[in-house]
Design a protein. Structure first.
Lengths: 97, 393
Protein backbone atom coordinates (compact mmCIF):
# COMPACT_ATOMS: atom_id res chain seq x y z
CA UNK A 1 0.00 0.00 0.00
CA UNK A 2 1.38 3.41 -0.98
CA UNK A 3 1.59 5.68 2.05
CA UNK A 4 -0.22 9.01 1.74
CA UNK A 5 1.45 12.42 2.12
CA UNK A 6 0.33 15.00 4.70
CA UNK A 7 -1.86 16.81 2.19
CA UNK A 8 -3.97 13.72 1.49
CA UNK A 9 -4.95 12.64 5.01
CA UNK A 10 -8.33 13.32 6.67
CA UNK A 11 -8.65 16.08 9.30
CA UNK A 12 -7.97 14.78 12.80
CA UNK A 13 -7.16 11.23 11.60
CA UNK A 14 -10.90 10.56 11.32
CA UNK A 15 -11.65 7.29 9.54
CA UNK A 16 -14.39 7.98 7.01
CA UNK A 17 -14.48 4.58 5.30
CA UNK A 18 -16.59 2.19 7.39
CA UNK A 19 -15.15 -1.28 7.91
CA UNK A 20 -11.74 -0.27 6.58
CA UNK A 21 -9.99 -2.17 9.39
CA UNK A 22 -10.45 -5.19 7.08
CA UNK A 23 -7.67 -3.69 4.97
CA UNK A 24 -5.16 -3.82 7.79
CA UNK A 25 -3.91 -7.34 8.38
CA UNK A 26 -2.76 -7.62 11.95
CA UNK A 27 -2.17 -11.35 12.32
CA UNK A 28 1.61 -11.12 12.15
CA UNK A 29 1.87 -10.26 15.87
CA UNK A 30 1.00 -13.86 16.82
CA UNK A 31 3.33 -16.12 18.77
CA UNK A 32 0.62 -18.63 19.77
CA UNK A 33 -1.93 -20.04 17.38
CA UNK A 34 -5.40 -21.50 18.15
CA UNK A 35 -6.05 -24.98 16.76
CA UNK A 36 -9.62 -26.10 16.14
CA UNK A 37 -10.57 -29.69 17.06
CA UNK A 38 -13.91 -30.18 15.33
CA UNK A 39 -14.99 -33.39 17.10
CA UNK A 40 -14.93 -31.64 20.51
CA UNK A 41 -17.01 -28.65 19.34
CA UNK A 42 -20.60 -28.25 20.58
CA UNK A 43 -21.20 -25.14 18.42
CA UNK A 44 -21.94 -22.85 21.36
CA UNK A 45 -20.13 -20.01 19.52
CA UNK A 46 -18.57 -18.70 22.74
CA UNK A 47 -15.31 -18.41 20.81
CA UNK A 48 -16.94 -16.15 18.23
CA UNK A 49 -18.55 -14.07 20.96
CA UNK A 50 -15.40 -13.63 23.05
CA UNK A 51 -12.84 -13.11 20.30
CA UNK A 52 -11.75 -9.45 20.69
CA UNK A 53 -11.14 -9.30 16.94
CA UNK A 54 -13.35 -10.96 14.30
CA UNK A 55 -11.01 -13.86 13.83
CA UNK A 56 -13.34 -16.79 14.48
CA UNK A 57 -14.99 -17.75 11.22
CA UNK A 58 -18.61 -18.87 11.26
CA UNK A 59 -20.44 -20.24 8.22
CA UNK A 60 -24.14 -21.11 8.21
CA UNK A 61 -24.23 -20.63 11.97
CA UNK A 62 -21.35 -23.04 12.55
CA UNK A 63 -17.84 -22.39 13.87
CA UNK A 64 -15.45 -23.43 11.10
CA UNK A 65 -12.02 -22.19 12.18
CA UNK A 66 -9.97 -19.01 12.29
CA UNK A 67 -8.99 -16.13 10.04
CA UNK A 68 -5.25 -15.99 10.62
CA UNK A 69 -4.90 -12.64 8.87
CA UNK A 70 -6.46 -11.12 12.00
CA UNK A 71 -6.07 -13.66 14.83
CA UNK A 72 -3.55 -12.31 17.36
CA UNK A 73 -3.21 -15.54 19.25
CA UNK A 74 -4.49 -14.09 22.53
CA UNK A 75 -5.98 -17.43 23.57
CA UNK A 76 -9.27 -16.06 24.84
CA UNK A 77 -11.24 -18.40 22.58
CA UNK A 78 -9.34 -21.39 23.95
CA UNK A 79 -9.88 -20.27 27.53
CA UNK A 80 -13.63 -19.74 27.04
CA UNK A 81 -14.26 -22.85 24.96
CA UNK A 82 -16.27 -25.38 27.07
CA UNK A 83 -15.61 -28.22 24.58
CA UNK A 84 -17.17 -31.64 24.95
CA UNK A 85 -16.89 -33.68 28.18
CA UNK A 86 -13.88 -31.73 29.35
CA UNK A 87 -12.06 -31.91 26.02
CA UNK A 88 -11.42 -28.47 24.55
CA UNK A 89 -12.32 -27.79 20.94
CA UNK A 90 -9.67 -25.05 20.83
CA UNK A 91 -6.10 -25.45 22.03
CA UNK A 92 -3.21 -23.03 21.69
CA UNK A 93 -0.04 -24.12 19.94
CA UNK A 94 3.24 -22.37 19.44
CA UNK A 95 3.42 -20.55 16.11
CA UNK A 96 5.69 -22.28 13.59
CA UNK A 97 5.27 -25.74 15.08
CA UNK B 1 -28.21 48.55 18.33
CA UNK B 2 -25.61 48.29 21.05
CA UNK B 3 -26.73 48.16 24.66
CA UNK B 4 -24.34 49.68 27.20
CA UNK B 5 -24.08 47.75 30.45
CA UNK B 6 -21.90 47.66 33.56
CA UNK B 7 -20.86 44.03 34.08
CA UNK B 8 -17.90 41.87 35.11
CA UNK B 9 -15.76 40.02 32.57
CA UNK B 10 -17.29 36.71 33.63
CA UNK B 11 -20.79 38.08 33.19
CA UNK B 12 -19.98 39.53 29.77
CA UNK B 13 -18.58 36.22 28.50
CA UNK B 14 -21.48 34.25 30.00
CA UNK B 15 -23.88 36.59 28.21
CA UNK B 16 -22.09 36.08 24.90
CA UNK B 17 -22.42 32.32 25.43
CA UNK B 18 -26.15 32.76 26.13
CA UNK B 19 -26.54 34.58 22.82
CA UNK B 20 -24.60 31.88 20.99
CA UNK B 21 -26.62 29.10 22.64
CA UNK B 22 -24.20 26.21 22.06
CA UNK B 23 -25.46 22.62 21.89
CA UNK B 24 -23.36 21.26 24.74
CA UNK B 25 -21.41 22.66 27.68
CA UNK B 26 -19.42 20.42 30.03
CA UNK B 27 -17.63 22.33 32.76
CA UNK B 28 -16.23 22.02 36.26
CA UNK B 29 -16.20 25.00 38.62
CA UNK B 30 -12.85 26.54 39.58
CA UNK B 31 -12.13 30.02 40.90
CA UNK B 32 -12.12 32.56 39.22
CA UNK B 33 -14.01 30.88 36.37
CA UNK B 34 -16.79 29.51 38.64
CA UNK B 35 -18.95 32.59 38.42
CA UNK B 36 -18.90 32.51 34.60
CA UNK B 37 -20.15 28.93 34.36
CA UNK B 38 -22.56 29.43 37.27
CA UNK B 39 -24.16 32.29 35.34
CA UNK B 40 -24.29 30.20 32.21
CA UNK B 41 -25.85 27.24 34.04
CA UNK B 42 -28.54 29.64 35.31
CA UNK B 43 -29.34 30.43 31.68
CA UNK B 44 -29.66 26.68 31.10
CA UNK B 45 -31.90 26.17 34.16
CA UNK B 46 -34.06 29.17 33.25
CA UNK B 47 -34.58 27.90 29.71
CA UNK B 48 -32.78 30.90 28.18
CA UNK B 49 -30.63 28.51 26.13
CA UNK B 50 -31.19 25.03 24.76
CA UNK B 51 -27.69 23.91 25.80
CA UNK B 52 -27.22 20.44 27.28
CA UNK B 53 -25.22 21.16 30.46
CA UNK B 54 -23.09 18.21 31.52
CA UNK B 55 -21.88 18.25 35.11
CA UNK B 56 -18.65 16.36 35.46
CA UNK B 57 -16.28 15.35 38.26
CA UNK B 58 -13.13 17.07 36.97
CA UNK B 59 -11.71 19.21 34.19
CA UNK B 60 -10.22 16.12 32.57
CA UNK B 61 -13.77 14.80 32.32
CA UNK B 62 -15.11 18.19 31.23
CA UNK B 63 -12.78 18.28 28.25
CA UNK B 64 -13.42 14.60 27.54
CA UNK B 65 -17.18 15.22 27.43
CA UNK B 66 -16.61 18.24 25.19
CA UNK B 67 -14.51 16.12 22.84
CA UNK B 68 -17.26 13.48 22.61
CA UNK B 69 -19.98 16.07 22.07
CA UNK B 70 -17.96 17.93 19.46
CA UNK B 71 -17.07 14.74 17.58
CA UNK B 72 -20.77 13.81 17.72
CA UNK B 73 -21.48 17.00 15.78
CA UNK B 74 -22.42 19.66 18.34
CA UNK B 75 -21.30 23.23 18.94
CA UNK B 76 -19.46 22.91 22.24
CA UNK B 77 -18.15 25.24 24.92
CA UNK B 78 -16.44 24.94 28.28
CA UNK B 79 -14.41 27.26 30.51
CA UNK B 80 -11.66 26.80 33.04
CA UNK B 81 -8.61 28.37 34.66
CA UNK B 82 -5.28 27.66 36.37
CA UNK B 83 -5.06 24.14 37.81
CA UNK B 84 -8.25 23.18 35.95
CA UNK B 85 -6.52 23.85 32.65
CA UNK B 86 -3.52 21.89 33.93
CA UNK B 87 -5.76 18.90 34.70
CA UNK B 88 -7.14 19.07 31.13
CA UNK B 89 -3.64 18.88 29.68
CA UNK B 90 -3.89 15.40 28.16
CA UNK B 91 -7.29 16.09 26.63
CA UNK B 92 -6.24 19.46 25.17
CA UNK B 93 -4.05 17.63 22.69
CA UNK B 94 -6.85 15.17 21.92
CA UNK B 95 -9.26 18.03 21.16
CA UNK B 96 -6.81 19.80 18.86
CA UNK B 97 -5.45 16.60 17.30
CA UNK B 98 -8.98 15.48 16.41
CA UNK B 99 -9.54 19.00 14.99
CA UNK B 100 -12.59 19.73 17.12
CA UNK B 101 -13.77 23.37 17.18
CA UNK B 102 -14.39 23.65 20.93
CA UNK B 103 -14.36 27.16 22.41
CA UNK B 104 -12.97 27.63 25.93
CA UNK B 105 -12.66 30.87 27.88
CA UNK B 106 -9.61 30.59 30.18
CA UNK B 107 -9.74 32.93 33.16
CA UNK B 108 -6.00 33.18 33.69
CA UNK B 109 -4.92 32.04 37.14
CA UNK B 110 -1.66 30.97 38.75
CA UNK B 111 -0.65 27.36 39.26
CA UNK B 112 -0.14 25.77 42.70
CA UNK B 113 1.92 25.39 44.88
CA UNK B 114 1.96 27.69 46.75
CA UNK B 115 -1.83 27.63 46.42
CA UNK B 116 -3.04 30.85 44.84
CA UNK B 117 -6.22 31.70 42.96
CA UNK B 118 -5.27 35.03 41.40
CA UNK B 119 -4.43 36.43 37.98
CA UNK B 120 -1.32 34.97 36.34
CA UNK B 121 -0.57 33.66 32.85
CA UNK B 122 1.22 30.44 33.82
CA UNK B 123 -1.86 28.34 33.02
CA UNK B 124 -2.42 29.36 29.40
CA UNK B 125 1.32 29.71 28.76
CA UNK B 126 1.74 26.09 29.79
CA UNK B 127 -0.88 25.12 27.21
CA UNK B 128 0.37 27.41 24.47
CA UNK B 129 1.80 24.64 22.33
CA UNK B 130 -1.14 22.25 22.69
CA UNK B 131 -2.32 22.86 19.13
CA UNK B 132 -5.11 25.22 20.23
CA UNK B 133 -5.64 28.74 18.94
CA UNK B 134 -5.25 31.36 21.70
CA UNK B 135 -6.85 34.80 21.75
CA UNK B 136 -5.90 37.11 24.64
CA UNK B 137 -8.10 39.91 25.96
CA UNK B 138 -7.24 43.17 27.72
CA UNK B 139 -10.66 43.84 29.26
CA UNK B 140 -14.23 42.58 29.56
CA UNK B 141 -15.20 44.02 26.19
CA UNK B 142 -12.37 42.23 24.43
CA UNK B 143 -13.08 38.97 26.26
CA UNK B 144 -16.72 39.23 25.19
CA UNK B 145 -15.88 40.12 21.58
CA UNK B 146 -13.14 37.48 21.35
CA UNK B 147 -15.58 34.82 22.60
CA UNK B 148 -18.04 35.62 19.82
CA UNK B 149 -15.31 35.69 17.18
CA UNK B 150 -13.74 32.49 18.55
CA UNK B 151 -16.68 30.39 17.37
CA UNK B 152 -16.31 31.68 13.82
CA UNK B 153 -12.56 31.06 13.81
CA UNK B 154 -12.79 27.59 15.35
CA UNK B 155 -15.62 26.47 13.09
CA UNK B 156 -14.17 27.80 9.83
CA UNK B 157 -14.16 24.80 7.47
CA UNK B 158 -10.48 25.42 6.63
CA UNK B 159 -9.49 25.56 10.29
CA UNK B 160 -11.58 23.32 12.59
CA UNK B 161 -9.42 23.86 15.66
CA UNK B 162 -10.29 24.58 19.29
CA UNK B 163 -9.84 28.12 20.63
CA UNK B 164 -8.96 29.44 24.10
CA UNK B 165 -10.09 32.95 24.97
CA UNK B 166 -7.81 34.25 27.74
CA UNK B 167 -8.82 36.94 30.24
CA UNK B 168 -7.14 37.89 33.51
CA UNK B 169 -8.49 36.25 36.65
CA UNK B 170 -10.23 38.67 39.06
CA UNK B 171 -8.73 41.79 37.45
CA UNK B 172 -11.06 41.28 34.49
CA UNK B 173 -13.26 38.35 35.48
CA UNK B 174 -14.56 40.05 38.64
CA UNK B 175 -14.25 43.82 38.03
CA UNK B 176 -17.25 45.70 36.70
CA UNK B 177 -16.65 47.66 33.51
CA UNK B 178 -18.68 49.53 30.96
CA UNK B 179 -19.20 47.29 28.00
CA UNK B 180 -21.37 47.20 24.91
CA UNK B 181 -23.58 44.23 24.19
CA UNK B 182 -24.85 43.31 20.75
CA UNK B 183 -28.45 42.26 20.20
CA UNK B 184 -29.18 38.54 20.54
CA UNK B 185 -30.12 38.15 16.88
CA UNK B 186 -27.00 40.05 15.75
CA UNK B 187 -24.76 37.59 17.61
CA UNK B 188 -26.79 34.61 16.38
CA UNK B 189 -26.53 35.77 12.78
CA UNK B 190 -22.84 36.54 13.12
CA UNK B 191 -21.99 33.14 14.53
CA UNK B 192 -24.44 31.39 12.18
CA UNK B 193 -25.70 27.82 12.04
CA UNK B 194 -23.20 25.24 13.22
CA UNK B 195 -21.74 23.27 10.32
CA UNK B 196 -20.59 19.74 11.07
CA UNK B 197 -17.56 17.91 9.68
CA UNK B 198 -17.62 14.11 9.84
CA UNK B 199 -20.02 14.00 12.81
CA UNK B 200 -20.31 10.68 14.66
CA UNK B 201 -24.09 11.01 14.78
CA UNK B 202 -24.46 11.05 10.99
CA UNK B 203 -25.50 7.41 10.84
CA UNK B 204 -25.66 7.43 7.05
CA UNK B 205 -21.92 8.10 6.94
CA UNK B 206 -20.29 6.14 9.76
CA UNK B 207 -16.90 7.46 10.90
CA UNK B 208 -14.39 6.52 13.59
CA UNK B 209 -12.51 9.05 15.73
CA UNK B 210 -9.20 8.53 17.48
CA UNK B 211 -7.54 5.60 15.69
CA UNK B 212 -4.02 4.50 16.64
CA UNK B 213 -1.56 6.27 14.35
CA UNK B 214 1.85 4.59 14.26
CA UNK B 215 5.22 6.08 13.23
CA UNK B 216 4.30 5.60 9.55
CA UNK B 217 1.63 8.36 9.74
CA UNK B 218 1.95 10.35 13.00
CA UNK B 219 4.34 12.89 11.55
CA UNK B 220 2.06 13.54 8.56
CA UNK B 221 -0.74 14.52 10.98
CA UNK B 222 1.58 16.90 12.86
CA UNK B 223 2.72 18.45 9.58
CA UNK B 224 -0.91 18.91 8.52
CA UNK B 225 -1.65 20.56 11.89
CA UNK B 226 1.22 23.00 11.38
CA UNK B 227 -0.20 23.85 7.96
CA UNK B 228 -3.66 24.57 9.36
CA UNK B 229 -2.09 26.78 12.02
CA UNK B 230 -0.45 28.84 9.29
CA UNK B 231 -3.90 29.57 7.81
CA UNK B 232 -5.35 30.84 11.09
CA UNK B 233 -4.15 34.49 10.95
CA UNK B 234 -6.02 35.21 7.70
CA UNK B 235 -9.22 33.75 9.10
CA UNK B 236 -8.80 35.74 12.34
CA UNK B 237 -8.47 38.94 10.28
CA UNK B 238 -11.48 38.12 8.06
CA UNK B 239 -13.65 37.41 11.08
CA UNK B 240 -12.40 40.61 12.76
CA UNK B 241 -13.32 42.66 9.69
CA UNK B 242 -16.85 41.30 9.72
CA UNK B 243 -17.09 41.83 13.46
CA UNK B 244 -16.04 45.44 13.02
CA UNK B 245 -18.90 46.02 10.58
CA UNK B 246 -21.30 44.70 13.19
CA UNK B 247 -19.85 46.30 16.33
CA UNK B 248 -17.68 49.19 15.20
CA UNK B 249 -14.81 47.69 17.21
CA UNK B 250 -11.59 46.94 15.40
CA UNK B 251 -9.45 43.85 16.04
CA UNK B 252 -6.22 42.59 14.50
CA UNK B 253 -3.63 39.94 15.21
CA UNK B 254 -2.25 42.34 17.83
CA UNK B 255 -2.80 45.91 18.94
CA UNK B 256 -0.21 48.64 18.63
CA UNK B 257 -0.37 51.81 20.68
CA UNK B 258 1.67 54.87 19.64
CA UNK B 259 4.21 52.43 18.22
CA UNK B 260 4.81 53.62 14.64
CA UNK B 261 7.18 56.52 15.45
CA UNK B 262 8.32 55.12 18.81
CA UNK B 263 11.98 54.61 19.73
CA UNK B 264 11.40 52.43 22.75
CA UNK B 265 8.54 50.07 23.47
CA UNK B 266 6.77 47.61 25.70
CA UNK B 267 5.19 44.27 24.80
CA UNK B 268 2.64 43.08 27.31
CA UNK B 269 -0.45 40.85 27.36
CA UNK B 270 -3.97 41.33 28.68
CA UNK B 271 -5.10 43.70 31.45
CA UNK B 272 -1.67 45.16 32.27
CA UNK B 273 -1.61 46.68 28.78
CA UNK B 274 -4.24 49.18 29.91
CA UNK B 275 -2.09 50.45 32.79
CA UNK B 276 0.93 50.59 30.48
CA UNK B 277 -0.89 52.74 27.91
CA UNK B 278 -1.61 55.39 30.56
CA UNK B 279 2.06 55.53 31.48
CA UNK B 280 3.02 55.69 27.81
CA UNK B 281 0.79 58.76 27.45
CA UNK B 282 2.65 60.42 30.34
CA UNK B 283 6.02 59.69 28.73
CA UNK B 284 4.74 60.97 25.39
CA UNK B 285 3.64 64.20 27.11
CA UNK B 286 7.26 64.58 28.20
CA UNK B 287 8.37 64.14 24.58
CA UNK B 288 9.69 60.60 24.97
CA UNK B 289 8.79 58.43 21.99
CA UNK B 290 7.29 55.33 23.57
CA UNK B 291 4.92 52.74 22.16
CA UNK B 292 3.28 49.43 23.02
CA UNK B 293 2.39 46.17 21.34
CA UNK B 294 -0.20 43.87 22.84
CA UNK B 295 -0.54 40.44 21.21
CA UNK B 296 -4.11 39.22 20.66
CA UNK B 297 -3.55 36.08 18.58
CA UNK B 298 -0.86 34.38 20.66
CA UNK B 299 -1.18 30.94 19.04
CA UNK B 300 -0.44 30.72 16.22
CA UNK B 301 2.03 33.51 16.97
CA UNK B 302 2.20 35.99 14.07
CA UNK B 303 6.01 36.10 14.05
CA UNK B 304 6.49 38.02 10.82
CA UNK B 305 3.92 40.72 11.46
CA UNK B 306 5.02 41.27 15.06
CA UNK B 307 8.71 41.30 14.18
CA UNK B 308 8.01 43.80 11.46
CA UNK B 309 6.16 46.11 13.87
CA UNK B 310 8.94 46.06 16.46
CA UNK B 311 12.17 45.98 14.46
CA UNK B 312 12.50 49.78 14.18
CA UNK B 313 12.74 50.25 17.97
CA UNK B 314 16.02 50.96 19.76
CA UNK B 315 15.08 49.19 22.97
CA UNK B 316 12.19 46.95 23.94
CA UNK B 317 10.96 45.50 27.21
CA UNK B 318 8.82 42.35 27.17
CA UNK B 319 6.79 41.95 30.35
CA UNK B 320 5.79 38.43 31.30
CA UNK B 321 3.13 37.43 33.83
CA UNK B 322 4.64 33.92 33.89
CA UNK B 323 8.15 32.59 34.19
CA UNK B 324 9.84 29.74 32.38
CA UNK B 325 11.72 28.24 35.31
CA UNK B 326 15.20 27.21 34.42
CA UNK B 327 14.43 27.89 30.79
CA UNK B 328 15.78 31.26 30.01
CA UNK B 329 13.27 34.05 29.74
CA UNK B 330 9.52 34.50 30.12
CA UNK B 331 7.40 32.77 27.47
CA UNK B 332 6.28 36.00 25.79
CA UNK B 333 9.89 37.25 25.66
CA UNK B 334 11.02 34.05 23.95
CA UNK B 335 8.47 34.49 21.16
CA UNK B 336 9.14 38.19 20.73
CA UNK B 337 12.88 37.51 20.57
CA UNK B 338 12.23 34.82 17.93
CA UNK B 339 10.11 37.24 15.91
CA UNK B 340 13.06 39.67 15.77
CA UNK B 341 15.77 37.07 15.31
CA UNK B 342 15.88 37.22 11.53
CA UNK B 343 16.40 41.00 11.35
CA UNK B 344 19.92 42.46 11.21
CA UNK B 345 18.88 45.70 12.86
CA UNK B 346 16.70 45.08 15.87
CA UNK B 347 16.00 46.53 19.31
CA UNK B 348 17.97 45.65 22.43
CA UNK B 349 15.67 43.38 24.45
CA UNK B 350 15.02 43.11 28.16
CA UNK B 351 12.53 40.93 30.04
CA UNK B 352 10.65 41.73 33.24
CA UNK B 353 8.63 39.19 35.19
CA UNK B 354 5.72 40.91 36.94
CA UNK B 355 2.36 40.31 38.59
CA UNK B 356 2.68 36.63 39.48
CA UNK B 357 -0.14 35.20 41.59
CA UNK B 358 -2.18 38.38 41.25
CA UNK B 359 0.54 40.81 42.45
CA UNK B 360 -0.63 44.26 41.31
CA UNK B 361 0.94 45.73 38.21
CA UNK B 362 1.23 49.40 39.01
CA UNK B 363 2.02 52.45 36.85
CA UNK B 364 5.38 52.66 38.64
CA UNK B 365 6.32 49.25 37.23
CA UNK B 366 5.75 50.48 33.69
CA UNK B 367 7.69 53.66 34.55
CA UNK B 368 10.58 51.60 35.86
CA UNK B 369 10.75 49.58 32.66
CA UNK B 370 10.44 52.64 30.43
CA UNK B 371 13.10 54.63 32.33
CA UNK B 372 15.45 51.71 31.92
CA UNK B 373 14.67 51.57 28.19
CA UNK B 374 15.43 55.28 27.85
CA UNK B 375 18.87 54.59 29.38
CA UNK B 376 19.49 51.56 27.16
CA UNK B 377 18.48 53.50 24.04
CA UNK B 378 20.97 56.20 25.04
CA UNK B 379 23.94 54.05 26.11
CA UNK B 380 23.26 50.69 24.49
CA UNK B 381 24.19 49.11 27.82
CA UNK B 382 22.02 46.45 29.46
CA UNK B 383 22.31 45.93 33.22
CA UNK B 384 20.52 42.61 33.32
CA UNK B 385 18.40 41.02 30.60
CA UNK B 386 15.82 39.34 32.80
CA UNK B 387 14.64 40.36 36.26
CA UNK B 388 11.62 40.17 38.56
CA UNK B 389 9.91 43.48 39.31
CA UNK B 390 7.54 44.33 42.16
CA UNK B 391 9.16 41.70 44.35
CA UNK B 392 10.64 42.15 47.87
CA UNK B 393 14.33 41.42 48.25
S1 LIG C 1 -6.67 -16.48 19.71
FE1 LIG C 1 -7.66 -14.55 20.24
S2 LIG C 1 -7.71 -13.42 18.32
FE2 LIG C 1 -7.30 -15.54 17.77
S3 LIG C 1 -9.31 -16.39 17.39
FE3 LIG C 1 -8.84 -16.83 19.50
S4 LIG C 1 -9.77 -15.13 20.61
FE4 LIG C 1 -9.65 -14.51 18.48
S1 LIG D 1 -16.29 -22.20 22.04
FE1 LIG D 1 -15.44 -24.24 21.60
S2 LIG D 1 -17.20 -25.54 21.60
FE2 LIG D 1 -18.00 -23.47 21.45
S3 LIG D 1 -18.16 -23.12 19.28
FE3 LIG D 1 -16.20 -22.40 19.82
S4 LIG D 1 -14.86 -24.15 19.46
FE4 LIG D 1 -16.91 -24.93 19.50
Amino acid sequence: MKLKGWKEITPGATVTEPGSSKNFKTGSWRTLKPKFINENCIQCLYCWLFCPDMAVTVENGKMTGFNFEFCKGCGICALECPGKKGNKAIVMEEEGK
Amino acid sequence: MAKVVAVTGNEAVANALRQIDPDVCAAYPITPQTDMMQRFSSFVSDGKVGTEMILVESEHSAMSACIGASAAGGRVVTATCGPGLALMWEMLFVASGLRLPIVMPVVNRSLSAPLNIHGDHSDAMGARDSGWIQLWSENAQEAHDNTIQAFRIAEDMEIRLPVMVCLDGFIISHSIERIEYLEDNEVKNFVGEYKTLNPLLDLEHPVSYGPLILPDYYMEYRRAHAEIMSKVPDVVLDVAKEFEKLSGRKYGLFETYRLDDAEIGIVILNSAAGTSKDVIDEFRDRGIKVGLLKPRLFRPFPYEEIGDSLRHLKALCVLDRADAFGGSYGPLFIDIASSLYSFKKKPVLINKIYGLGGRDYLPEHAELALNELVEIAKTGKVKVIKEYIGVRE
